[in-house]
Design a protein around this ligand. Structure first.
Ligand SMILES: [Zn+2]
Length: 411
């Protein structure tokens, strides 16, 4: 783990103030702790120090890297992705553009059920190759930590196989992966009865996930037309009894009480949240959870965006993630998604940046070492081809970074 001094940084975004105060709400421009004419010292994969102007002699002797006056930021954190799937659903996107409705597509065997079928048909090697390719794309956009979900296996055996793919991916990529078992996504055809299916996933899948340490999180799609709060209660109760941490898909299409339930279960995050009730947002904030907004899904499927003002008013931390998946959001560019969140959800540029770094790290409970460039934090950082954060938010992810570092190593 080499030592590095990054010098000649035009604009260094550290988020030190937020890290020091452990604060995730009421974000203003000053909170980003942006330093001009700055330097950053790294050693043993961690941030040692940063500052402006003349470099102290102790760091001046490190091997040097010229940032050429560019913007340097923490590596981005994508807190919600679905990168393990077989097949392809781009034909569904084309069909929708050609006037077909979701109902038409579902009737023709499309949607999540299509991905379940094609995932089960795919070999583990093919699933892994696809997943690795996607993680490489995320990295190219400066994403150094990724939450990765299963969700297209949908029986115990196939979900375990998808988790094994993620375990293998974890060994092969430079990024930090946070792994989620999305056991209840959509009822597959092999279970005629919903309660029988939920019972199977609760009793067969979760204990095995715990026994083998295959996931950091247990998730469910708590949405109208999929699973109600009542449906998922035994599943999450089992997860809790096993000591598995919880996050969930909540209130994307209608207020179903999922945000309130997320708070009740102590979920680290409730994701989507466009239709969450005011009480649900308040309860989530009070429970220490994070609302993860997924604006690219709204963009891709033309459904309403979450309104940041409702969350800000209730003191609820906001993270922003891609929701990359084969059907409702085939968009992997997190900087683009951050710009979308500012444009359509009403986040300030500074809230949007914090949403894909510091608050996203909190959504994954990694805020003690990820999402900021504070002393002692992991040296995950990005040297951009841009000069300022304002340029970054206006760029919509068009400009690839010039270098990405994970734990102090160029990747
Ligand atoms: Zn999702």
């Amino acid at each position: 783990m080499a030592k590095i001094l990054v010098f000649n940084i035009g604009s260094l975004v550290t988020l030190e103030t937020l890290a020091k105060e452990k604060r995730h709400v009421a974000i203003s421009a000053e909170d980003l702790s942006i330093k001009s004419n700055a330097w950053l010292a790294v050693g043993q994969g961690k941030i040692l120090a940063s500052g402006t102007g003349v470099v102290p002699p102790i760091y001046a002797q490190f091997p040097q890297l010229d940032a050429k006056g560019r913007l340097v930021t923490p590596g981005l954190v994508d807190a919600h992705t679905h990168p393990v799937f077989g097949g392809d659903r781009t034909h569904e996107f084309a069909a929708r553009l050609d006037g077909k409705t979701y109902q038409d597509i579902a009737k023709a065997g499309g949607g999540i059920k299509y991905s379940i079928r094609t995932t089960r048909e795919a070999s583990s090697g093919d699933l892994l190759d696809r997943c690795l390719g996607l993680l490489k794309t995320f990295l190219r956009h400066g994403v150094t930590t990724v939450e990765t979900k299963t969700g297209y296996g949908q029986n115990a055996k196939e979900e375990i196989r998808c988790l094994e793919v993620l375990a293998e991916a974890k060994k092969r990529v430079p990024q930090t992966l946070s792994v989620t078992c999305l056991g209840l996504h959509d009822q597959p055809k092999d279970f005629a009865d919903k309660s029988e299916y939920i019972k199977h996933m609760t009793e067969e899948l979760l204990p095995e996930v715990k026994r083998r340490g295959l996931a950091d999180w247990v998730d469910a799609f708590v949405e109208n037309g999929y699973f109600s709060v009542e449906d998922v209660t035994p599943y999450f109760a089992k997860a809790q009894s096993l000591g598995l941490a919880i996050r969930l898909h909540a209130d994307e299409f209608a207020p179903s009480g999922a945000a309130e339930a997320a708070a009740h279960w102590g979920a680290a995050s409730a994701d989507h949240m466009q239709k969450a009730s005011d009480a649900g947002i308040k309860a989530l904030a009070e429970s220490g959870g994070v609302a993860v907004m997924l604006p690219a899904t709204s963009f891709y499927t033309k459904i309403p965006y979450a309104d940041a003002a409702r969350f800000r008013e209730r003191g609820c931390p906001i993270a922003v993630a891609s929701d990359f998946n084969p059907g409702s959001c085939y968009l992997s560019n997190l900087p683009f998604v951050a710009s979308l969140s500012a444009l359509y959800c009403g986040l300030s540029p500074y809230e949007a940046f914090v949403g894909v770094t510091w608050n996203a790290a909190k959504a994954l409970r990694l805020e003690a070492r990820k999402g900021a460039l504070a002393v002692g934090y992991d040296a995950d950082f990005v040297i951009h081809e841009l000069n300022t954060l304002e340029q970054w938010i206006a760029d919509f992810g068009q400009t690839d970074p010039s270098a990405v570092y994970c734990a102090g190593v160029k990747v």
